[in-house]
Design a protein around this ligand. Sequence first.
Ligand code: FAD
Length: 293
Amino acid sequence: MPWPRNLAKAIKTKVNLAGYTSFKIGGQAKYFFEPKNLKQLQQVLILAKHAGLRVFILGAGSNILVSDSGLDGLVIKLSNKSFKQLDCQGSCLTAGSGLKLNALISFSRNKNLSGLEFLTGIPGTLGGCLMGNAGAWGKAIGELVKQVGVLDYNGKLKLLESKQLKFAYRKSNLNNYIIIWAKLKLLAKEKKAIAAKINQYLLRRKQSQGNNLPNAGCIFKNPACGSAGRLIDNCGLKGMARGGAVISKLHANFILNTGKAKSRDVLSLMDLTRKKVKERFKINLEPEIKIWK
Ligand SMILES: Cc1cc2nc3c(=O)[nH]c(=O)nc-3n(C[C@H](O)[C@H](O)[C@H](O)COP(=O)(O)OP(=O)(O)OC[C@H]3O[C@@H](n4cnc5c(N)ncnc54)[C@H](O)[C@@H]3O)c2cc1C
């Protein structure tokens, strides 16, 4: 595609996506772009729209499985510092969507603001976290959101107030937008107490997951009746392997890349898991990870 001169150099072609995902799996993106600022992002969105190019917004890549054959589209990553601004007013924190959650948690701890600690150890960005209403230990980010600044896919800016936002278990109504920033409501607390909570959550996470091999967190959402991991475990699937992918022996809802796993290996394990859980418990497991193809 003939990009205008100001973008032509910055838009890379045939970029390997495996290195941009926590799973370390996936083929190439036809186009890959890290905009310098909002204006460039708006410009590229309009061009992509006119060219009928599919657009994929990439955060930290910790909740996606990219197809082995790559993506015939434009991947946009909001990695520039202009998408990582942080500001604090009273007990409200305004943060850019490209920020990693750990940076956000450290910043709020240093400002004596509590509320984000439960997200400790989730390796995503604020944007990815809001999109999927990430959470842990019975809490989710949606509970803290006051406002979100978004762009639609025509490059138009919009401000969404909390009453316009809908968050539910691992989902939001932000699917048609690119999240640029969010304002979160936190609570004033002593730094020491916040740090202690962060350490507690880190320890709990290490004990329950402790996986060193590349993965994308929980593969399936928990069904209404309880834990997807327990259902998978009860089907005897822990340790089951396909190619380079294996179902974790520690946490059955995790699939690990033992080194050379392909996307098709993970998909094959997901199919098997869904089939076995359906046969045994009559429950349809729904993927939590986003499959990009
Ligand atoms: C070891 C491990 C543990 C995990 N533990 C948890 C957990 O406890 N709880 C939990 O909820 N999740 C967990 N996850 C999953 C994942 O980290 C979260 O879902 C995280 O919020 C995803 O953020 P991301 O930036 O990596 O998003 P990505 O994986 O890059 O993208 C996920 C989705 O969000 C969209 N997206 C990303 N940024 C934006 C944006 N700015 N605007 C619009 N759309 C955007 C993408 O298009 C995609 O659809 C875990 C993952 C790993 C690897």
